[in-house]
Write a protein that binds this ligand. Sequence first.
Ligand code: DC
Length: 216
Amino acid sequence: MDKLITIDGPGGSGKGTIAKLLAAKLGWNILDSGALYRLIALISENIKNTDPDKIGLELKDRKIIFELVDDQYHLFFNGKDVSDHIRSEEIGTKASDLAHNQQIRNLIKTTQRSFYDPNIGLIADGRDMGSVVFPTAGIKIYLDATIEERAKRRQIQLKEKGLKVNMPNLISSLEERDLKDKNRKVSPLLIPEGAKVIDSTNLSTEEVVNIVMDLT
Ligand code: DC
């Protein structure tokens, strides 16, 4: 698949920031697949049910759109901006739990693939974009950084959203999530075949973007 870049990696590795910058440079769309799992976690909280069939009913015929608002991609679910609701660490942890379920993953695989329009192009970020959802992507990236650096970045993101942050809790929640995402049986976080690995710990966002742009 030409005009398709996948970016996989652990939480806080900078996938979202890099995806946004690349999308702006190339004029392509973005798919933040983590936001979809977070949306499912939010729906599950709202209906107080984790049954994939029940969650599936809530998703049916609803529009899911990523749109730039004040230079940040927001997620609109059926016309409602749910971005602030899905960004807490609690929803992230719940999303990671639900992401173990094959039925949940199947539920949104078609939705994820529908974001790709070969005439426009797509930057897809997540945990299994290059391995499962878009295995034939033209360019695959695996973005990583040390846990300390990732926690620092998450802290800045959460603070910008006005959310309270406790650093030791943030580190342990990221570590716990990494462990779950890497060790689950279905679609674990791994380096996809053919992916370029970038350790962004000591790189600026521009440097990472340039490395990816050199591959296009
Ligand atoms: O990237 P994020 O923190 O917004 O993702 C939230 C959770 O969703 C993550 O811990 C695991 C899950 N996820 C997944 O299983 N597969 C994806 N492609 C993206 C996210």
